[in-house]
Design a protein around this ligand. Structure first.
Ligand code: PHE
Length: 341
């Protein structure tokens, strides 16, 4: 009997080796473990086994059963992982090793994404503002409810110039000037290059792009914020994007949130790109803190507003499947033509 079992095990592994699709795995499972399956058949023969051999026989059949089960499960998992890898590879249109076929230059992927988002917000009545890269402490921090020595400054370590000015760490640095320039009601976006003293890796750079947006008017609430973000992201990704808000702390918003979008690669089921959560963190945002509105000369009895700080670099990486953030500043974008629309 044990020879038959050995043969069966061998036969199973040979067949499993050849199977490579979901239905083939299921077929094997039924063939061996189903009601009329081969291993089930061995279990059914138990009664015919001499009583003193039964224990040993039962243990062997059960071990075989477990082996069949776990081997099929392992192959299914391997096949899933492979399928996912192929899917991710297929969404990647970006390959640095391709030679360029362009005879002239083209736009940088961040410029392309920036323009696209600008157009969407312009169509919703937002003005597009430009702002300095070198700013002072007041605009970058103090006007944003981040006094000197506030621990929140630790998150945004930056480069100071000898005259006391600094390279702006976030586009929020323009909020105060823009509020003072236009007053309320106000709808504005302001893209810009930001700098932080970071050690760099595939996900971190000391120079990156953000796009800030603010909307100030009577009766502005979180629902307005969600509506504008959802509309903009659905346009950018050309599909209905689900969003969710989690609490997030920034001294210049109250309440503050982190906005996540459903992962485009797995459709929200969970995959390596979204660390199996089904969500990707995209954009911090919140209701503008009254202290910030006041510093900008806005009447807080009459007006409220929301602000968001969209990571443009991050958005470009997601949109074009760029895995290493450093490629964007490397001057080595040999294949810019891959982004030409
Ligand atoms: N300026 C913040 C940052 O860069 C992001 C942010 C912008 C958060 C607007 C809330 C509102 O970390």
């Amino acid at each position: 009997m044990s020879i038959t079992m050995e043969e069966l095990r061998k036969q199973f592994h040979e067949q499993l080796q050849q199977a490579n699709a979901a239905d083939a795995f299921e077929e094997l499972r039924v063939r061996y473990l189903g009601k009329k399956g081969e291993v089930t058949g061995l279990l059914k023969q138990m009664g015919a086994i001499a009583p003193e051999m039964r224990k040993d026989y039962g243990a062997k059949v059960n071990a075989l059963k477990e082996e069949v089960e776990s081997s099929i499960k392992k192959r299914i998992e391997e096949a899933h992982a492979k399928e996912l890898e192929m899917k991710i590879a297929a969404t990647e249109r970006y390959d640095l090793s391709l030679p360029s076929t362009l005879s002239e230059g083209s736009y940088h992927p961040i410029t392309l994404v920036q323009r696209e988002v600008e157009q969407i917000f312009a169509s919703m009545g937002f003005t597009i503002e430009d702002y300095d890269e070198i700013v002072d402490d007041y605009h970058c921090f103090e006007a944003l409810n981040i006094p000197k020595h506030h621990p929140a400054r630790d998150m945004q370590d930056t480069y100071y110039l000898s005259n006391g000015q600094l390279l702006k760490t976030h586009t929020s640095a323009a909020q105060n000037a823009i509020m003072k320039k236009y007053g309320a009601p106000l709808r504005a976006i302001f893209p810009g290059r930001c700098f932080r003293n970071e050690s760099t890796d595939a996900c971190h750079e000391n120079t990156f792009f953000q796009m800030e947006g603010i909307m100030i008017d009577e009766n502005i609430s979180i629902s307005n914020l969600i509506y504008f973000m959802k509309t903009m992201l659905s346009e950018v990704f050309q599909r209905d994007v689900k969003v969710r808000l989690r609490p997030g702390f920034f001294p210049f918003v109250e309440p503050g949130f982190e906005l996540d979008i459903s992962c485009a690669i797995c459709g929200g089921k969970g995959c390596p790109s979204c660390k199996n959560s089904g969500w990707l963190e995209l954009c911090p945002c919140g209701m503008i803190h009254p202290n910030v509105l006041k510093a900008g000369g806005i009447d807080t009895d009459k007006y409220t507003g929301f602000a968001f700080g969209l990571g443009l670099t991050r958005l470009a990486m997601m949109k074009y499947g760029i895995k290493d953030i450093r490629d964007l500043n490397s001057g080595n974008l040999k294949s810019l033509d891959q982004f030409v629309k």
